[in-house]
Write a protein of this length. Structure first.
Length: 461
């Protein structure tokens, strides 16, 4: 009987598939989630559940979350982009929303609450316990792109005069509250950061020994509260640490940023740069409404229209010559296409170097020179192949010569432009990736076609 009951409910039966897949959940959604197994649901990864959640109609999101525990619902919301999480949270009743927020680390809760409308945010925070609300308000006071905006105030602090036994006793009491117990930060009596000590050191040290005698006093990995999130990520990579302590302007320890937050930063930056490189919205998603996406993309398409018009204007200057030498029109796209690809390669490397801090003051001249030489070398190698093929097809060496020279000059210019465009954008205070590809295309199309047409007229007429 026990086996039959387990089979009937599905709660206690051993299923060959222990968790749901995306397609299976979406199929259940088509039938109003009839037959949904809660145990199997609890074993499904938060990421997979989040991918389903964002595809549901707003009125169905709250119903779906009712089937999940507060802990699992919190994990799902912390895994989603903050805008999506805030939209879902706004659909819930206040009591459920508060229970879910209480399951989150303060930095994750602030990450979501920050995106709520001011009225909804104040209403929810007003119903939280006073200390929890104060913690979130303190985090919300910092800009989202700073260390203060992404840190958690739940940091493992120990006083330098404490003994090892006292520290271990503190860890036993607070182990459920704080994360990253493998490292503790030592502070002075005034709360200033003086060093760190690992759990491994504690275990191997004499219980009566004070923390001040065993701590590592190298605090170069500490970041200030107003440092950018990108700086925090760079520090973590440079010092190969799992967490970065955050201090205020007086050197007092106020929080820490953990490796999972830095992974999110790097992933967000990669997504942002990829999208704005081509003129899409930095925060845009494939699931965004049509009107929102059009509003983000349309302005840059107008800019692209203007830059493309410059290329058309150049061609119009050579209209008479093209009518006499139609062969020039055949090979124009060859020059611009290869130049654009060569420039795009440089652009990608340059943006990455600027983002990682590899491009330092004094490097600009050397970088531009090297990228120009790379363009010349690629232009010679690619141009030779193109020149031989075109001369063979047209039975005209002059055509091949024009293509070769145009390709060398255009690729050299594209290499230089691919490095200079993101550098110039950064110098004027813009994101180095901000539609850089659109501006690069303007150079490759406009200047590339002018060079080729001018050389073609000179050699063939």
């Amino acid at each position: 009987m026990r086996d039959k009951e387990g089979e009937k409910t599905g709660e206690n039966s051993a299923s060959p598939v222990e968790n749901y897949g995306f397609d299976e959940l979406m199929a259940l959604y088509d039938n109003d989630f009839k037959g949904l197994n809660r145990l199997k649901l609890s074993r499904t990864s938060p990421h997979e559940l989040g991918q389903v959640l964002v595809r549901l109609a707003p009125e169905d999101q709250a119903e779906f979350l009712k089937k999940l525990s507060d802990r699992l619902a919190g994990e799902i919301l912390s895994d989603l982009p903050s805008e999506d999480s805030a939209e879902v949270l706004a659909q819930l009743k206040d009591m459920r929303a508060l229970r879910i927020l209480s399951q989150l680390e303060p930095d994750d809760a602030a990450y979501i609450v920050r995106q709520l409308d001011e009225e909804d945010r104040d209403r929810l925070l007003g119903k939280l316990p006073i200390q929890s609300a104060k913690t979130l308000y303190d985090l919300l006071a910092y800009d989202q792109g700073t260390a203060g905006g992404i840190m958690t105030p739940h940091v493992n602090k120990v006083h330098s005069e404490w003994t090892v036994d006292e520290c271990i006793a503190m860890l036993r009491r607070s182990g459920e509250e704080n994360e990253n117990l493998d490292i503790l930060y030592a502070i002075s009596s005034s709360g200033c950061l003086v060093g760190s000590v690992t759990l491994h050191q504690l275990i191997r040290s004499n219980g009566e020994c004070t923390i001040g005698k065993i701590l590592n006093d190298d605090i170069r990995s500490a970041c200030r509260i107003d440092d950018s999130a990108n700086q925090v990520a760079q520090v973590m990579a440079e010092f190969d640490c799992h967490s970065v302590p955050i201090v205020d302007h007086c050197g007092r320890l106020v929080g820490m940023v953990t490796h999972d937050d830095v992974i999110d930063i790097l992933q967000d930056n990669a997504t942002r740069n990829m999208q704005i490189l081509h003129g899409a919205g930095a925060e845009e998603s494939i699931h965004d409404p049509v009107a929102y996406s059009v509003a983000k993309r349309h302005p840059w398409l107008l800019v692209n229209l203007l830059t493309a018009a410059l290329g058309a204007l150049v061609v119009s200057f050579f209209q008479t010559q093209i009518e006499q030498l139609t062969i020039l029109a055949v090979f124009m796209t060859l020059i611009t296409s290869l130049g654009g690809n060569a420039g795009g390669q440089t652009l990608a490397v340059a943006i990455r170097s600027l983002a990682l801090g590899d491009w330092r003051r004094g490097d600009t001249l050397g970088i531009c020179l090297r990228e120009t030489l790379k363009g010349i070398a690629n232009g010679i190698l690619t141009g030779l192949v193109a020149a031989i093929i075109s001369a063979f097809l047209t039975k005209n060496i002059a055509v091949g010569t024009a293509i070769f020279l145009a390709m060398v000059l255009n690729m050299a210019l594209c290499g230089l432009s691919g490095a200079l465009i993101p550098y110039a954008l950064k110098k004027i205070g813009c994101d180095p990736a901000q539609s850089a590809y659109i501006f690069l295309t303007m150079v490759t199309d406009t200047v590339g076609m002018y060079i080729f047409l001018r050389l073609g007229c000179w050699l063939l007429l």
